[in-house]
Design a protein around this ligand. Structure first.
Ligand code: NAG
Ligand code: NAG
Ligand code: NAG
Ligand code: NAG
Ligand code: NAG
Ligand code: NAG
Ligand code: NAG
Ligand code: NAG
Ligand code: NAG
Ligand code: NAG
Ligand code: NAG
Ligand code: NAG
Length: 673
């Protein structure tokens, strides 16, 4: 029997005291990105262009901004990397001397990839990030991967994984514990409030600098402000506000779609600011202190494009990324980037006309709209549930109905980026060169439900990708490697443009060999790649599948609300996946992960692989074995001894705010279907 201490870990993190420490008026704990949208509301606005006018650039190099940022970041990862590797205690290996002696190019370059999968992906991914973050208090040392986040350079997310990454960065790189526990009166991560009903009356906008404890000032979309009492936001008010906000964007002359509504609704839960941060932009991340000083990894959100006149997202669809500096694609089709801050400007062949009446536009990269763009799969979810939800004003439903009529059913899953920033750009290869609208969809719709694409670009020279997969592949919403295989398959097409990826087996092999229940390393043998002259060895991939360790975290992608106990239980399950149950499933896990981190560097420096690492690789590397026997059903039971049910685990998790909730809803904790 393993003591249940491994189960209560995140519960030990004082959720109650964190919540009570901040009074609603105490702004010292309120952490956020920057509200720098020029309109002060949800609408983009025409602004004067900067003296150096924004342009598109070819994807043949990293941006200057990313390059100079990396110089800071790579240096900042050295000490955390040394701590992480030293704690792993690889026999005969002196981590500190090795890293200090290494040239920058030989220092392990770590990327983290958070799959889609709605709230399930957000919560399971959060468990991983909590484990990897050295700021998470009270972590036991057994099984610990603490500090890996601080040692990482890139953090990519798509769809639900994009909500996780987005929420972290919209809230000033808050820790998972802070996001989970929120702040007094905040709506942050209150997934017990259905996204369709809106924030509950005990969770108001404590972040507003205009707030006091009994009232708050809200800014209406028409620019007027209104003082309202706390605790009275109703579903009707919530949707009325959202509709006003989106209408203001339309009135200002910008296309709006269901994605705007979805992104707005998400923001109320994910961004700790009044009305979900109306004027928070994705590019503002670049202006936050901790990002600017490279004390955080480099966040990237992914979306796919849907070629004009098509409704299917093929595996060779052009993949776009949003980062704090730029938006665009590495694919040989579009093959270019524009500054994220100036999305909405009228680019033509990569330039904004210089005529005296031409201007730049800022604010289209509204934070929630970017998160919504990466998760358009949920537009349909919004549609279905909104009409069924109580108290949604009929005029809101009418607006949405009209949007649909204009777009057609085939188009309800798109985010329209108008004007198309790549209009007339690379006209021979760019699908959208003649289109005034760039049509983006959920980053997982091409089956690449892990955002690996930004991390396998040779120019980024990533050595290892932590691939946290919360996909719903099997009948009961567990991953089976499909996301990895999609990226592997894609390297054989013309779209690959030189990218490579480790070989991964078929879905049946994943399940038959249990590769969906434990971490597996792919691409361990750097000599097993056939490289052309201009290619380099791709990253080693550490696959971390969602599996039931302490809780059944296989909740359906389209579950609109979760009790706080469920939420915490799933986060904790992700934590257990990341730490092998605090080492109870394998005490050598941190060592083996450290070996994986070092693997590509060892190859480049011709370092003899330490014996303990060889043992680890025998244990964790996929060796090419297949078992393609067709899987009939996959219905796993809890993998950690002593973890009998979510109810038990959850009871100790929720500290101050949960007991009543648990009692009231424990019969609803039917997660298996
Ligand atoms: C952001 O977090 C840092 C600590 O990481 C803190 O020093 C800073 O004050 C925070 N900024 C805001 C605006 O809350
Ligand atoms: C990007 O770099 C340019 C100079 O190359 C600089 O003017 C600009 O401010 C940078 N952008 C950000 C967001 O740091
Ligand atoms: C590298 O990081 C260390 C520790 O964070 C810092 O003291 C040093 O100034 C940095 N060096 C450069 C060149 O940025
Ligand atoms: C490191 O491992 C050695 C055995 O190889 C052991 O004797 C030592 O106690 C370990 N150190 C720590 C800090 O765990
Ligand atoms: C809160 O704000 C309202 C409206 O601005 C004001 O009337 C009231 O006095 C304020 N209360 C406190 C305690 O500041
Ligand atoms: C994508 O694949 C389809 C079908 O195989 C092909 O017609 C199309 O040209 C490909 N597009 C790109 C950009 O490679
Ligand atoms: C990638 O695509 C671009 C644009 O088509 C091309 O110029 C470049 O040579 C390609 N790179 C590789 C490695 O194929
Ligand atoms: C766009 O239009 C130009 C000129 O009409 C044409 O040559 C080009 O093939 C078109 N590109 C695409 C992707 O349709
Ligand atoms: C794996 O997932 C895919 C969907 O992503 C599904 O079509 C397939 O049947 C699954 N296979 C197994 C063995 O679970
Ligand atoms: C392949 O997997 C099936 C199902 O797990 C198992 O019954 C069978 O023994 C495996 N075959 C081999 C050769 O290991
Ligand atoms: C490693 O060995 C290869 C040849 O096997 C050599 O080309 C390379 O320069 C060596 N690298 C280092 C860092 O010694
Ligand atoms: C080695 O490469 C071959 C060819 O790409 C692939 O089929 C095989 O699965 C790879 N082996 C491993 C262990 O990844």
């Amino acid at each position: 029997m393993h003591p249940p201490s491994s189960l209560v870990l995140l519960g030990g993190l004082a959720s109650a005291s964190a919540a009570s420490a901040a009074s609603p008026g105490d702004l010292s704990l309120v952490r956020r990105a920057l509200p720098n949208g020029p309109s002060g509301n949800y609408s983009p606005v025409a602004v004067e262009c900067p003296s150096t006018r924004p342009t598109a650039r070819a994807a043949s190099a990293l941006s200057k901004n990313e390059t100079s940022w990396l110089a800071l970041r790579r240096n900042n990862t050295l000490d955390p990397l040394i701590s992480f590797l030293t704690a792993a205690n690889i026999s005969g290996f002196d981590a500190s001397s090795y890293i200090k002696a290494a040239s920058t190019a030989n220092v392990p370059n770590i990327g983290i990839s958070m799959s889609g999968g709605g709230y399930r992906a957000l919560m399971n991914g959060a468990g991983f990030l909590a484990a990897a973050d050295s700021r998470t208090p009270d972590q036991p040392s057994a099984g610990s991967i603490s500090g890996l986040l601080q040692a990482s350079t890139y953090l990519a997310g798509l769809s639900g994984g994009g909500w996780l990454v987005g929420s972290m960065f919209a809230n000033n790189f808050s820790t998972i514990v802070q996001l989970r526990d929120g702040y007094a009166g905040s709506d942050l991560w209150r997934f017990d409030n259905s996204i369709f009903s809106g924030p509950s009356d005990d969770a108001q906008d404590s972040g507003s600098s205009n707030s006091n404890t009994t009232t708050k000032k809200i800014k209406r979309a028409d620019g007027t402000t209104e003082i309202v009492e706390r605790g009275i936001i109703s579903t009707a008010d919530y949707w009325t506000d959202v509709a006003d906000q989106v209408s203001a964007k339309a009135d200002a002359g910008y296309e709006t779609s269901l994605t705007d509504y979805w992104g707005r609704a998400l923001s109320y839960q994910l961004i700790n600011a009044p009305d979900g941060g109306l004027d928070y932009t994705f590019s503002s991340i670049a202006l936050t202190d901790n990002f600017a000083s490279a004390d955080t990894p480099f966040p990237i959100l992914v979306a796919d494009s849907r070629a004009p006149g098509t409704t299917v997202i093929a595996l060779n669809s052009t993949v776009y990324e949003f980062n704090a500096f730029e938006m665009g694609s590495w694919d040989p089709t579009t093959y270019g980037f524009v500054p994220t801050e100036y999305l909405g400007s009228n680019f033509s062949n990569g330039a904004i006309a210089t005529a005296s009446n031409s201007h730049c536009v800022r604010g289209l990269d509204q934070f929630g709209y970017v998160m919504g763009t990466s998760s358009t799969l949920f537009n349909q979810f919004l549609l279905t549930n909104l009409s069924a939800a109580a108290d949604v004003p009929s005029f809101v439903l009418d607006i949405i109905e009209n949007l649909l009529t204009e777009l057609g059913d085939d188009n309800n899953d798109i985010a329209q980026w108008v004007p198309n920033p790549f209009y007339k750009y690379n006209p021979d290869t760019n699908d959208f060169a003649n289109a005034t609208q760039l049509t983006l969809v959920d980053g997982g719709e091409d089956l690449q439900n892990l955002p690996l694409h930004p991390l396998i670009q040779p120019i980024r020279a990533v050595d290892i990708i932590m691939a946290v997969d919360s996909s719903a592949d099997t009948d009961y919403n567990w991953p089976n490697g499909t996301a990895l295989r999609a990226t592997y398959d894609r390297i054989f097409g013309d779209i690959a443009n030189g990218t490579l990826f480790p070989a991964v087996p078929d879905d049946n092999t994943f399940v038959n060999l249990g590769l969906n229940q434990r971490p597996t390393f792919f691409g361990c043998d750097a000599s097993n790649f056939t490289l052309t002259a201009d290619q380099t060895v791709p990253p080693l991939v550490v696959y971390l599948p969602n599996a039931p360790f302490s809780a059944y975290g296989n909740v359906s992608t389209f579950t609109p609300s979760y009790t706080l106990a469920q939420r915490n239980g799933i986060i904790e399950n992700g934590f257990n996946a990341a730490t092998r149950g605090n080492g109870s499933l394998d005490s050598s896990w941190p060592k083996c992960l450290a070996c994986a981190v070092l693997s590509r560097s060892f190859t480049r420096t011709n370092t003899t692989v330490p014996a303990e690492c060889t043992t680890c690789f025998t244990q964790y590397c996929w060796d090419g074995t297949l078992n393609t026997t067709k899987v009939e059903t996959y219905e796993p039971t809890l993998l950690l001894e002593g973890a009998s049910s979510l109810d038990n685990a959850a009871a100790s998790l929720v500290g101050g705010w949960g007991k009543a909730v648990i009692v009231a809803t424990s019969t609803l904790l039917v997660l298996m279907l």
